[in-house]
Every structure is written in structure tokens, then in C-alpha cells.
Design a protein around this ligand. Structure first.
Ligand code: ADP
Ligand code: MG
Length: 222
């Protein structure tokens, strides 16, 4: 499904604050994998995840998605590509605090010109998948940590993407809630999604969601 060849991401190239955050990564990811990317803080996990989400352009190398060299595409094509294929759960959720859960989940649908009924159906379905349907009318500011994570996951699912990427999805949760979120990802994987998560929490590795572990250090996969 995904192939990376000699992928590099250099921040501030040729300046004295240059950082080689991802270095010469060759990686193949099959559909249906539950991939864990682990490594110490600063090892390049978030940078690799942003590259996999096509939210960041590689400095060099090629990203193939289903044999298409998407890293060569313009932003206009990438927007449509992401809508169809990629759901992202950010580490700090990036939810709109002044709005309710329903509105937050609906955000990725707004550019698509759907009817209110279609939007409502898709939001309901994603909310059910993420087990947050009982909170749709709640303002974001009234949610617990686990509910924030579920809302962010529902928003990532609302366009029915093939791949779900989550950056440190258990980092802000207690161990019981972390387990529930990992169980949710496992359910989604069983339904056919490809799941890619980063974590520096050793407990994540033991979860049945995880079918493969990659360890990063200094921008490289060990
Ligand atoms: P991790 O998620 O494993 O903690 P990151 O991918 O966030 O690692 O960071 C990898 C390296 O890239 C770190 O040295 C970090 O300081 C640096 N870095 C991350 N984002 C930027 C940025 N926007 N500009 C410059 N350096 C960055
Ligand atoms: Mg990170």
C-alpha cells in the first residue's frame, strides 16, 4: 500500500540550525497492518507521521501510495488524496474548543458540498465507530481526555479513510483509558483499516493491535 524510498526530511536546510529529522528511510507498509513507530523524544516519529499523512513534503526521496508517487503531486491533488485515503489524529487533538462534538467531527466534510442529511449520517457513523455518539451535542470544553481522543478519532474516520495515523494516542491518558483507545484501534484494524501509531510508551508494544514495531533513532529506523 505504502512504499517510501530514501525518504529524507531536513528542517532549516543549510542553516546552522539544520535538523535531519528523517534520514534515508526505506519502508514498505501493507494494507491492514497495525504498525507501531516507537523511539525516544526527538527521534523523528512525528516528522515521519506527517510525511506519511502527506501533510509535509519530503526534502528528497519518494512516497508511493498504491504505486502512485504522491510526493511529486501538487497540493491541489494532495488535498483530494488525503480526503480519500488518510485520517490523522494529532497529539494535541486540534479540536475547535468553541464548538460541539458533532461540529468538530463534521469539519473534514464541509468542503465536499454534501447535504445536511449526508453530513449527519457520516458524522453519526464515525461517532459510532469511535464510541462517542452519546456526546455529539457536548461542547469540547466539557469532555474528558478519553472523550477528546475519541472525538479526534471520529473526525479522522469521517471520510472513511483507508489509513488511520495517530501521534502518541495514549500519551495524555491513564492506563485504563489508554487500553480502551488501543482496543478501539484494534477494532478498526479488524474492520480493514491500516493503523499506524507512534508511541514512546512500552505498554503499547504488547497490545494485539500491533503487528509490527519500528524503532526510530536520530531520524533512522533501527
Ligand atoms: P518525535 O516525534 O520522535 O519526538 P519529531 O519528529 O517531533 O520527533 O522531531 C525530530 C527532530 O526534528 C527533533 O530534533 C526536533 O527538534 C526537530 N523538529 C521537529 N519539527 C521541527 C520544525 N518544524 N523545525 C525544526 N526542527 C524540527
Ligand atoms: Mg512526536
Amino acid at each position: 500500500m505504502i512504499q517510501l524510498t530514501k525518504l529524507n526530511k531536513i528542517y532549516n536546510p543549510n542553516q546552522n540550525n539544520e535538523v535531519r529529522a528523517v534520514q534515508n528511510i526505506d519502508l514498505q507498509i501493507e494494507a491492514g497492518e497495525g504498525l507501531l513507530i516507537k523511539g525516544a523524544s526527538g527521534s523523528g516519529k512525528t516528522t515521519l507521521l506527517a510525511l506519511l499523512a502527506c501533510l509535509s513534503k519530503p526534502s528528497s526521496g519518494t512516497y508511493y501510495f498504491e504505486n502512485q508517487a504522491v510526493s511529486k503531486w501538487s497540493e491541489k491533488f494532495l488535498t483530494v488524496f488525503r480526503q480519500k485515503n488518510i485520517g490523522v489524529v494529532f497529539q494535541n487533538f486540534q479540536l475547535l474548543k468553541g464548538f460541539d462534538v458533532f461540529t468538530n467531527i463534521s469539519i473534514p466534510l464541509l468542503p465536499l458540498g454534501l447535504s445536511n442529511r449526508e453530513i449527519s449520517q457520516k458524522v453519526q457513523k464515525a461517532a459510532q465507530e469511535a464510541h462517542i455518539e452519546h456526546r455529539l451535542s457536548f461542547p469540547i470544553k466539557n469532555l474528558s481526555g478519553g472523550e477528546l481522543q475519541r472525538t479526534a478519532i471520529a473526525r479522522a474516520l469521517v471520510n472513511s479513510p483507508k489509513v488511520l495515523l495517530a501521534d502518541e494516542p495514549t500519551a495524555s491518558l491513564d492506563s485504563e483509558m489508554a487500553l480502551k483507545i488501543l482496543n478501539l484501534f484494534e477494532e478498526l484494524r479488524k474492520e480493514g483499516k491500516t493503523i499506524i501509531v507512534t508511541s514512546h510508551d512500552p505498554a503499547v508494544e504488547q497490545h494485539p493491535l500491533v503487528s509490527r514495531v519500528l524503532t526510530m533513532k536520530d531520524g533512522k529506523i533501527l
